[in-house]
Design a protein around this ligand. Structure first.
Ligand SMILES: NC(=O)c1ccc[n+]([C@@H]2O[C@H](COP(=O)([O-])OP(=O)(O)OC[C@H]3O[C@@H](n4cnc5c(N)ncnc54)[C@H](OP(=O)(O)O)[C@@H]3O)[C@@H](O)[C@H]2O)c1
Length: 260
Protein backbone atom coordinates (compact mmCIF):
# COMPACT_ATOMS: atom_id res chain seq x y z
CA UNK A 1 0.00 0.00 0.00
CA UNK A 2 1.29 3.48 -0.74
CA UNK A 3 2.02 5.46 2.41
CA UNK A 4 0.33 8.71 1.40
CA UNK A 5 -2.80 9.40 3.47
CA UNK A 6 -6.15 9.55 1.71
CA UNK A 7 -9.21 11.46 2.89
CA UNK A 8 -11.78 9.38 4.75
CA UNK A 9 -14.64 11.80 4.13
CA UNK A 10 -14.95 11.28 0.33
CA UNK A 11 -16.66 8.40 -1.48
CA UNK A 12 -14.19 5.72 -2.47
CA UNK A 13 -14.16 3.36 -5.46
CA UNK A 14 -12.13 0.17 -5.71
CA UNK A 15 -10.95 -0.86 -9.16
CA UNK A 16 -8.89 -3.88 -10.14
CA UNK A 17 -6.62 -3.73 -13.18
CA UNK A 18 -6.26 0.09 -13.29
CA UNK A 19 -2.82 -0.01 -14.90
CA UNK A 20 -3.89 -0.56 -18.50
CA UNK A 21 -6.71 -0.33 -21.04
CA UNK A 22 -10.30 0.02 -19.85
CA UNK A 23 -9.29 -0.04 -16.18
CA UNK A 24 -6.79 2.81 -16.50
CA UNK A 25 -9.28 5.03 -18.35
CA UNK A 26 -11.98 4.20 -15.80
CA UNK A 27 -9.70 4.85 -12.81
CA UNK A 28 -8.86 8.32 -14.14
CA UNK A 29 -12.58 9.00 -14.62
CA UNK A 30 -13.51 7.65 -11.18
CA UNK A 31 -10.92 9.92 -9.56
CA UNK A 32 -13.15 12.87 -10.51
CA UNK A 33 -15.87 11.38 -8.29
CA UNK A 34 -13.91 10.29 -5.23
CA UNK A 35 -10.88 8.45 -3.88
CA UNK A 36 -9.78 5.53 -6.04
CA UNK A 37 -8.33 2.36 -4.53
CA UNK A 38 -6.05 1.04 -7.28
CA UNK A 39 -5.73 -2.74 -7.03
CA UNK A 40 -3.13 -4.48 -9.19
CA UNK A 41 -0.19 -6.83 -9.22
CA UNK A 42 2.66 -4.37 -9.83
CA UNK A 43 3.27 -1.54 -7.34
CA UNK A 44 5.35 0.48 -9.82
CA UNK A 45 2.55 0.45 -12.40
CA UNK A 46 -0.08 1.24 -9.76
CA UNK A 47 1.93 4.16 -8.44
CA UNK A 48 2.35 5.55 -11.95
CA UNK A 49 -1.47 5.81 -12.20
CA UNK A 50 -1.70 7.10 -8.63
CA UNK A 51 0.74 9.91 -9.43
CA UNK A 52 -1.24 10.94 -12.54
CA UNK A 53 -4.35 11.18 -10.33
CA UNK A 54 -2.57 13.07 -7.55
CA UNK A 55 -1.05 15.55 -10.01
CA UNK A 56 -4.63 16.67 -10.72
CA UNK A 57 -5.24 17.25 -6.98
CA UNK A 58 -7.32 14.05 -6.76
CA UNK A 59 -6.81 11.07 -4.46
CA UNK A 60 -5.77 7.45 -4.93
CA UNK A 61 -4.16 4.65 -2.99
CA UNK A 62 -2.31 1.64 -4.39
CA UNK A 63 -2.95 -1.87 -3.08
CA UNK A 64 -0.89 -4.75 -4.45
CA UNK A 65 -2.93 -7.81 -5.35
CA UNK A 66 -2.21 -10.67 -7.70
CA UNK A 67 -5.68 -11.95 -8.52
CA UNK A 68 -4.30 -15.31 -9.63
CA UNK A 69 -2.95 -15.86 -6.10
CA UNK A 70 -5.61 -16.56 -3.45
CA UNK A 71 -3.33 -15.51 -0.56
CA UNK A 72 -2.47 -12.22 -2.25
CA UNK A 73 -6.19 -11.54 -2.69
CA UNK A 74 -6.93 -12.15 0.99
CA UNK A 75 -4.03 -9.87 2.02
CA UNK A 76 -5.23 -7.12 -0.33
CA UNK A 77 -8.81 -7.35 0.96
CA UNK A 78 -7.53 -6.96 4.54
CA UNK A 79 -5.46 -3.91 3.48
CA UNK A 80 -8.44 -2.30 1.82
CA UNK A 81 -10.69 -2.90 4.84
CA UNK A 82 -8.02 -1.39 7.12
CA UNK A 83 -8.15 1.86 5.10
CA UNK A 84 -11.63 2.52 6.59
CA UNK A 85 -12.74 4.39 3.47
CA UNK A 86 -16.42 5.03 2.66
CA UNK A 87 -16.49 2.59 -0.28
CA UNK A 88 -19.43 3.05 -2.63
CA UNK A 89 -18.25 0.93 -5.56
CA UNK A 90 -16.12 -2.08 -6.46
CA UNK A 91 -15.24 -2.61 -10.11
CA UNK A 92 -13.86 -6.07 -10.87
CA UNK A 93 -12.20 -5.11 -14.14
CA UNK A 94 -8.84 -6.94 -14.26
CA UNK A 95 -8.65 -9.82 -16.67
CA UNK A 96 -6.36 -11.77 -18.97
CA UNK A 97 -6.88 -13.51 -22.30
CA UNK A 98 -3.74 -15.56 -22.87
CA UNK A 99 -3.34 -17.26 -26.21
CA UNK A 100 -2.59 -20.59 -24.56
CA UNK A 101 -3.88 -22.08 -21.32
CA UNK A 102 -1.36 -21.81 -18.45
CA UNK A 103 -1.42 -22.68 -14.70
CA UNK A 104 -0.94 -20.62 -11.53
CA UNK A 105 1.32 -21.60 -8.62
CA UNK A 106 -1.37 -23.93 -7.22
CA UNK A 107 -1.73 -25.68 -10.57
CA UNK A 108 -5.09 -24.06 -11.34
CA UNK A 109 -5.93 -22.71 -14.78
CA UNK A 110 -4.42 -19.21 -14.83
CA UNK A 111 -7.34 -17.56 -16.64
CA UNK A 112 -10.00 -19.10 -14.38
CA UNK A 113 -7.97 -18.08 -11.29
CA UNK A 114 -7.31 -14.51 -12.49
CA UNK A 115 -10.64 -13.71 -14.11
CA UNK A 116 -13.01 -15.59 -11.79
CA UNK A 117 -11.59 -17.07 -8.57
CA UNK A 118 -9.60 -13.96 -7.57
CA UNK A 119 -12.41 -11.44 -8.18
CA UNK A 120 -14.87 -13.79 -6.47
CA UNK A 121 -12.65 -14.07 -3.36
CA UNK A 122 -11.97 -10.32 -3.30
CA UNK A 123 -15.68 -9.51 -3.56
CA UNK A 124 -16.65 -12.08 -0.93
CA UNK A 125 -14.11 -10.62 1.52
CA UNK A 126 -15.25 -7.02 0.90
CA UNK A 127 -19.04 -7.48 0.80
CA UNK A 128 -19.56 -7.35 4.60
CA UNK A 129 -17.72 -4.00 4.65
CA UNK A 130 -19.73 -2.32 1.88
CA UNK A 131 -22.58 0.00 2.85
CA UNK A 132 -26.15 -0.63 1.68
CA UNK A 133 -26.63 0.41 -1.95
CA UNK A 134 -22.95 0.13 -2.91
CA UNK A 135 -22.29 -0.89 -6.53
CA UNK A 136 -20.34 -4.04 -7.36
CA UNK A 137 -19.61 -4.56 -11.05
CA UNK A 138 -17.94 -7.42 -12.91
CA UNK A 139 -16.60 -6.83 -16.42
CA UNK A 140 -18.08 -9.61 -18.52
CA UNK A 141 -17.69 -10.28 -22.24
CA UNK A 142 -19.99 -11.22 -25.10
CA UNK A 143 -17.58 -14.00 -26.04
CA UNK A 144 -19.13 -16.16 -23.30
CA UNK A 145 -22.25 -16.44 -25.48
CA UNK A 146 -22.05 -19.32 -28.02
CA UNK A 147 -24.66 -17.52 -30.14
CA UNK A 148 -22.61 -14.31 -30.41
CA UNK A 149 -21.76 -14.24 -34.11
CA UNK A 150 -18.81 -11.79 -34.16
CA UNK A 151 -17.11 -13.70 -31.33
CA UNK A 152 -17.63 -16.99 -33.13
CA UNK A 153 -16.25 -15.45 -36.31
CA UNK A 154 -12.91 -14.71 -34.64
CA UNK A 155 -12.68 -18.15 -33.06
CA UNK A 156 -14.55 -18.07 -29.75
CA UNK A 157 -17.09 -20.80 -29.15
CA UNK A 158 -18.69 -19.45 -25.97
CA UNK A 159 -18.28 -20.44 -22.32
CA UNK A 160 -17.84 -24.21 -21.97
CA UNK A 161 -18.45 -24.72 -18.24
CA UNK A 162 -18.52 -28.28 -16.88
CA UNK A 163 -17.88 -27.68 -13.17
CA UNK A 164 -15.78 -25.40 -10.98
CA UNK A 165 -13.28 -28.22 -10.45
CA UNK A 166 -12.97 -28.88 -14.20
CA UNK A 167 -12.51 -25.16 -14.94
CA UNK A 168 -9.82 -24.92 -12.26
CA UNK A 169 -8.06 -27.88 -13.88
CA UNK A 170 -8.35 -26.20 -17.30
CA UNK A 171 -10.96 -28.58 -18.75
CA UNK A 172 -14.00 -27.46 -20.73
CA UNK A 173 -16.85 -29.02 -22.70
CA UNK A 174 -15.74 -30.47 -26.03
CA UNK A 175 -16.36 -28.68 -29.32
CA UNK A 176 -14.41 -25.64 -28.28
CA UNK A 177 -12.18 -23.17 -30.04
CA UNK A 178 -9.10 -23.95 -32.10
CA UNK A 179 -7.57 -20.86 -30.51
CA UNK A 180 -5.77 -22.03 -27.37
CA UNK A 181 -6.88 -19.98 -24.35
CA UNK A 182 -10.21 -18.89 -25.89
CA UNK A 183 -12.20 -21.57 -24.05
CA UNK A 184 -10.52 -20.60 -20.77
CA UNK A 185 -11.33 -16.91 -21.35
CA UNK A 186 -14.95 -17.41 -22.47
CA UNK A 187 -15.62 -19.82 -19.59
CA UNK A 188 -14.12 -17.42 -17.04
CA UNK A 189 -16.41 -14.68 -18.39
CA UNK A 190 -19.39 -17.04 -18.11
CA UNK A 191 -18.35 -17.54 -14.46
CA UNK A 192 -18.30 -13.74 -13.96
CA UNK A 193 -21.95 -13.56 -15.03
CA UNK A 194 -22.95 -16.45 -12.78
CA UNK A 195 -21.06 -14.80 -9.90
CA UNK A 196 -22.82 -11.46 -10.34
CA UNK A 197 -26.21 -13.21 -10.37
CA UNK A 198 -25.39 -15.36 -7.32
CA UNK A 199 -24.17 -12.38 -5.27
CA UNK A 200 -27.24 -10.37 -6.33
CA UNK A 201 -29.54 -13.13 -5.05
CA UNK A 202 -27.65 -13.57 -1.79
CA UNK A 203 -27.04 -9.90 -0.92
CA UNK A 204 -29.95 -7.77 -2.13
CA UNK A 205 -28.81 -4.79 -0.02
CA UNK A 206 -26.00 -4.20 -2.58
CA UNK A 207 -26.25 -3.57 -6.36
CA UNK A 208 -24.50 -6.25 -8.38
CA UNK A 209 -24.11 -5.90 -12.14
CA UNK A 210 -22.10 -7.46 -14.94
CA UNK A 211 -21.08 -5.18 -17.77
CA UNK A 212 -20.08 -5.93 -21.36
CA UNK A 213 -17.78 -3.05 -22.34
CA UNK A 214 -17.98 -3.62 -26.08
CA UNK A 215 -14.99 -4.46 -28.25
CA UNK A 216 -12.24 -2.06 -27.14
CA UNK A 217 -9.07 -2.24 -29.26
CA UNK A 218 -5.57 -1.15 -28.24
CA UNK A 219 -5.78 -2.37 -24.66
CA UNK A 220 -3.30 -4.90 -23.30
CA UNK A 221 -5.78 -7.78 -23.55
CA UNK A 222 -4.51 -9.12 -26.86
CA UNK A 223 -0.87 -9.15 -25.73
CA UNK A 224 0.59 -12.48 -26.64
CA UNK A 225 -1.36 -12.81 -29.90
CA UNK A 226 0.71 -13.20 -33.04
CA UNK A 227 1.64 -10.16 -35.12
CA UNK A 228 -1.12 -10.70 -37.69
CA UNK A 229 -3.96 -11.07 -35.14
CA UNK A 230 -2.56 -8.15 -33.15
CA UNK A 231 -2.54 -5.96 -36.26
CA UNK A 232 -6.06 -7.00 -37.29
CA UNK A 233 -7.50 -6.45 -33.79
CA UNK A 234 -5.85 -3.14 -33.08
CA UNK A 235 -5.59 -1.43 -36.46
CA UNK A 236 -7.96 -2.98 -39.04
CA UNK A 237 -11.04 -3.74 -36.92
CA UNK A 238 -11.24 -0.19 -35.49
CA UNK A 239 -11.36 1.15 -39.09
CA UNK A 240 -14.17 -1.24 -39.96
CA UNK A 241 -16.02 -0.56 -36.70
CA UNK A 242 -18.56 1.97 -37.96
CA UNK A 243 -19.69 -0.51 -40.63
CA UNK A 244 -20.04 -3.55 -38.33
CA UNK A 245 -23.56 -4.53 -37.41
CA UNK A 246 -22.69 -5.78 -33.91
CA UNK A 247 -20.35 -2.99 -32.88
CA UNK A 248 -20.92 -1.65 -29.38
CA UNK A 249 -19.34 1.47 -27.94
CA UNK A 250 -17.84 2.50 -24.63
CA UNK A 251 -20.21 5.42 -24.24
CA UNK A 252 -23.14 2.99 -24.20
CA UNK A 253 -22.96 -0.08 -22.01
CA UNK A 254 -19.60 0.83 -20.49
CA UNK A 255 -20.57 4.10 -18.83
CA UNK A 256 -19.32 4.30 -15.23
CA UNK A 257 -20.28 5.06 -12.51
CA UNK A 258 -23.59 3.32 -13.27
CA UNK A 259 -26.68 5.47 -12.89
CA UNK A 260 -28.67 4.58 -9.78
N1 LIG B 1 -10.78 -5.01 -24.65
C1 LIG B 1 -11.94 -5.55 -24.99
O1 LIG B 1 -12.35 -5.50 -26.15
C2 LIG B 1 -12.78 -6.26 -23.96
C3 LIG B 1 -14.04 -6.77 -24.34
C4 LIG B 1 -14.82 -7.41 -23.41
C5 LIG B 1 -14.39 -7.50 -22.09
N2 LIG B 1 -13.16 -7.01 -21.73
C6 LIG B 1 -12.75 -7.15 -20.33
O2 LIG B 1 -12.37 -5.88 -19.84
C7 LIG B 1 -11.44 -6.03 -18.78
C8 LIG B 1 -10.22 -5.12 -19.02
O3 LIG B 1 -9.59 -5.54 -20.20
P1 LIG B 1 -8.64 -4.61 -21.08
O4 LIG B 1 -9.02 -4.85 -22.49
O5 LIG B 1 -8.60 -3.24 -20.53
O6 LIG B 1 -7.23 -5.36 -20.85
P2 LIG B 1 -5.79 -4.86 -20.35
O7 LIG B 1 -5.43 -3.55 -20.96
O8 LIG B 1 -4.87 -6.03 -20.59
O9 LIG B 1 -5.98 -4.65 -18.78
C9 LIG B 1 -6.02 -5.75 -17.91
C10 LIG B 1 -5.71 -5.29 -16.50
O10 LIG B 1 -5.78 -6.46 -15.64
C11 LIG B 1 -4.61 -6.50 -14.85
N3 LIG B 1 -4.24 -7.87 -14.46
C12 LIG B 1 -3.92 -8.90 -15.28
N4 LIG B 1 -3.60 -9.97 -14.56
C13 LIG B 1 -3.72 -9.62 -13.25
C14 LIG B 1 -3.51 -10.30 -12.03
N5 LIG B 1 -3.10 -11.59 -11.98
N6 LIG B 1 -3.73 -9.64 -10.87
C15 LIG B 1 -4.13 -8.34 -10.89
N7 LIG B 1 -4.34 -7.64 -12.01
C16 LIG B 1 -4.12 -8.28 -13.18
C17 LIG B 1 -3.52 -5.89 -15.75
O11 LIG B 1 -2.42 -5.51 -14.94
P3 LIG B 1 -0.92 -5.37 -15.53
O12 LIG B 1 -0.81 -3.94 -15.99
O13 LIG B 1 -0.06 -5.66 -14.33
O14 LIG B 1 -0.76 -6.36 -16.63
C18 LIG B 1 -4.29 -4.71 -16.35
O15 LIG B 1 -4.32 -3.64 -15.45
C19 LIG B 1 -11.09 -7.51 -18.74
O16 LIG B 1 -11.85 -8.15 -17.72
C20 LIG B 1 -11.54 -8.03 -20.09
O17 LIG B 1 -11.87 -9.38 -20.07
C21 LIG B 1 -12.36 -6.38 -22.63
Amino acid sequence: MSKKTVPTNRNAYIITGPTSGIGRATALELAKHGTVVLVGRDLGRLDEVRKVIEQKGQHAVSVVCDLSDFFSVRRAAAEIIALHLPIVGLLNNAGIMPTRATKNALGWDMTFATNHLGPFALTEALVPHLPDGANVVFIASAVENPEHKPAKAVGFRGGRYISAEASARGEWKPGGSKMPGADAYATSKQANLATAMAFARETPRLRFNALEPGFTPNTGLARGTNVLVHFLLNYILPLLAPFLKYWSTRSGPGAWPPKS
